[in-house]
Design a protein around this ligand. Structure first.
Ligand code: GUN
Length: 304
């Protein structure tokens, strides 16, 4: 059976690192501050934003929540970003995605408006470019959190064969660069990849980030591999499962969260695996807190 890489354990280690740095900044009269902009009412986004706010409170980061109505225009949102960019008491700016339909097509322009030094998501082309040339500054939180977890867990990246399923700008592509910079041999697979299982079976480190519930099955995994499950998918529970839970005296909801990995079966052959929920999601938030501290330090360096 695989070792379960519990997000809570690693996120607590990461938060402890941040706490020390925040105390240090505060002793110099600087209170790190994160502004999170949520446009519209997307229920999942509301949960994510709340989790970010709670983590800020826990660590002593000032949390500025800006909730804008669904009808907010691109110009109004850009004006808000401009105002936060020029406020020296705000160190991190995050626009929660997805944006409402009416302004979704302007996502790139909106994200690019954020000052690269305050871009705690690491989505600005300048930060992406720095990552690609091996001079990382602010790195997307989910892949950065996964790498940090691998390092803290003592899982060897140098020389490992790493396979990533999914080529998104938020996870797949930055993960590729982070693993390669640590001397892994990295392959990215995606929806057009032929003979996917032949490739995934070679992976010492397999990252599933394509958003398909329980897509990675046990036959696609090399025994003893490390499996990182980035997927968060809401699925219906089967009638059998609901009956079973009821017979155990529980009151199950009709849906539940699962990852991109068939955890139950893959766990039996993998060396280590992250669960969903309780895995990578917690690392993302902990890494966001580290990015706020980093952004704060970058802005101080820039002023000197
Ligand atoms: N929505 C889902 N994940 C993310 C993320 O990492 N950053 C932002 N801004 N929005 C998201």
């Amino acid at each position: 059976m695989a070792k379960i890489l519990e997000g809570k354990f690693f996120s607590n280690l990461m938060k402890d690192e941040s706490k020390k740095k925040i105390e240090e900044l505060k002793s110099h009269g600087i209170e790190p501050a994160l502004a999170v902009i949520l446009v519209g009412e997307d229920p999942a986004s509301q949960v994510y934003v709340r989790n970010k706010h709670l983590a800020c409170e826990e660590l002593g980061i000032k949390s500025i929540e800006i909730k804008l109505p669904t009808e907010t225009s691109k110009e109004e949102l850009l004006a808000k970003i401009d105002q936060l960019n020029s406020d020296s008491n705000v160190h991190g700016i995050l626009v929660q995605l997805p944006l409402p339909k009416a302004i979704k097509s302007h996502e790139e322009e909106i994200l690019n408006r954020i000052d690269p030094l305050k871009d705690v998501d690491g989505f600005h082309p300048m930060n992406v470019g720095n990552l690609v040339i091996g001079k990382p500054t602010l790195i997307p939180c989910t892949p950065a959190g996964c790498i940090k977890m691998l390092e803290l867990a003592g899982i060897e990246i140098d020389g490992a064969r790493a396979v990533i399923i999914g080529r998104s700008n938020i996870v797949g592509k930055p993960m590729f660069h982070l693993l390669m910079a640590r001397h892994a041999t990295v392959t990215i697979c995606h929806s057009h990849t032929q003979n996917l299982a032949d490739i995934t079976r070679q992976a010492d480190i397999l990252v599933a980030a394509m958003g398909k519930p329980r897509f990675v099955t046990a036959d696609m995994v090399k025994p003893s591999a490390t499996i990182i499950d980035v997927g968060i998918n809401r699925v219906e529970r089967s009638a059998d499962e609901i009956e079973k839970l009821k017979s155990e005296g529980k009151n199950p909801k009709p849906t539940k969260l699962v990852g991109d990995v068939d955890f139950e079966n893959v766990e039996k052959i993998a060396g280590a695996i992250t669960p969903v929920p309780g895995g990578v999601g917690l690392l993302t938030v902990a890494m966001l807190m580290q990015n706020v501290v980093r952004a704060c330090e970058l802005q101080i360096e820039n002023r000197i």
